[in-house]
Design a protein around this ligand. Structure first.
Ligand code: XUL
Ligand code: MN
Length: 344
């Protein structure tokens, strides 16, 4: 039962803009974030392609590689690693209708260009992980895309990435909605199916985000377990979410402590981390948080994971076994609640 290594992305320390209002905190430079990430106990950083290489659309492939190499030196200077690189396929005008499943051939080609560059950046940063959060791979208007063709296009795009670099691993991060209404790959079960349909299932796995599972009406711990059972849980984004509404990215455990406990429990019981996997935190500070205290949500999430790790270590597995044998699940449930509410 291991102690975890943590990561976060530069976007997790943000200026507080939301769909209804502008920034409320001052921007912080990447190097300042990196220093602070190290100080609060993170081991590495998650990147979107243009977090790593800003303005990459204006650069040549070689210039992109060189900028990524400079970033690697900066990371090395702080003994911080890069966990993954994710193509940001949702902000450019050419991905308005999605990337891999866009109805426009030119736009699909642009999405592949960004994906190949993400692979180049990942290699330069010393990681073999590319994350695909399929932000706009779905529909706003259900009749606007052919769903079968779109799902095949998604698999074909992944196959192109697999053949572009023989060592790269693709981690699909499923989410059922937001910013689109209906996603083509909403849950971990869908991810496993896409993996199985790909040219190399051993290189296509999943990253489970707690909030995304809750948005799909599912239990995050069981989504984690589903990927683990297929040997395909290569990343997590622990956070929390108050029901099926907008994506909240709350501090881990802030909404449902028992649900958080069971995520940590299934990770620990299955030695998550022993193959180099990180515990990623995809949490965002509340908009009300003041400049100068913009990392507290990350520190709090790490603290909650560590407290829950201790709760898993002191969990009475013998008692669990006995109560399961007696099929006394009322007693087991009460034990779990008392364990969470009292002592160590
Ligand atoms: C969006 C989300 C992303 C991915 C990385 O909901 O979770 O930040 O984690 O692209
Ligand atoms: Mn995420």
């Amino acid at each position: 039962m291991s102690e975890f290594r943590f990561t976060a992305g530069p976007w997790n320390v943000h200026e507080g803009a939301d769909a209804f209002g502008p920034e409320v905190r001052k921007p912080i430079s990447f190097e300042d974030k990196l220093k602070k990430f190290k100080e609060i106990g993170l081991s590495g950083v998650q990147f979107h392609d243009d977090d790593a290489v800003p303005r990459m659309n204006d650069l040549s492939n070689d210039e992109i590689r060189n900028e990524a190499k400079d970033l690697k030196k900066l990371l090395d200077g702080y003994s911080m690693s890069a966990e993954f690189v994710a193509p940001r396929l949702w902000e450019d005008i050419r991905t308005t209708d999605g990337g891999f499943t866009s109805n426009s051939k030119e736009d699909r080609e642009f999405a592949m260009w960004r994906s190949f560059r993400s692979i180049d950046i990942a290699k330069a940063l010393g990681t073999d992980k590319v994350v695909l959060w399929l932000a706009r791979e779905g529909t706003l208007c259900e009749e606007s895309k052919n769903p079968v063709k779109s799902i095949k296009r998604l698999t074909e795009s992944i196959n192109q990435m697999l053949s572009y670099d023989p060592s790269i691993k693709i981690l699909i991060e499923p989410k059922p909605n937001e910013p689109i209404d209906r996603s083509f790959c909403p849950t971990m079960g869908h991810v496993m199916a896409v993996s199985a349909a790909s040219d190399d299932p051993s290189r296509v796995g999943g990253l489970l985000e707690s909030a995304h599972a809750i948005l799909a009406g599912l239990n995050p711990a069981n989504e984690i377990a589903f990927a683990i059972a297929h040997n395909k849980l290569w990343g997590v984004h622990l956070n929390d979410q108050n029901g099926m509404k907008y994506d909240q990215d709350k501090t881990f455990g802030a909404e449902n402590l028992r649900q958080a406990f069971n995520q940590v429990k299934v990770l620990m019981e299955n030695n998550y981390g022993s193959k180099g996997e990180y515990v990623g935190l995809d949490v965002k500070a509340m908009r009300t948080q003041k400049t100068g205290d913009a990392y507290r949500h990350l520190e709090n999430s790490i603290r909650v994971v560590k407290l829950l790790e201790a709760k898993v270590r002191s969990f009475d597995y013998e008692l669990q076994k006995k109560l399961v044998a007696e099929r006394n699940y009322e007693a087991l449930e009460m034990y779990v609640m008392e364990h969470l509410l009292t002592g160590n």
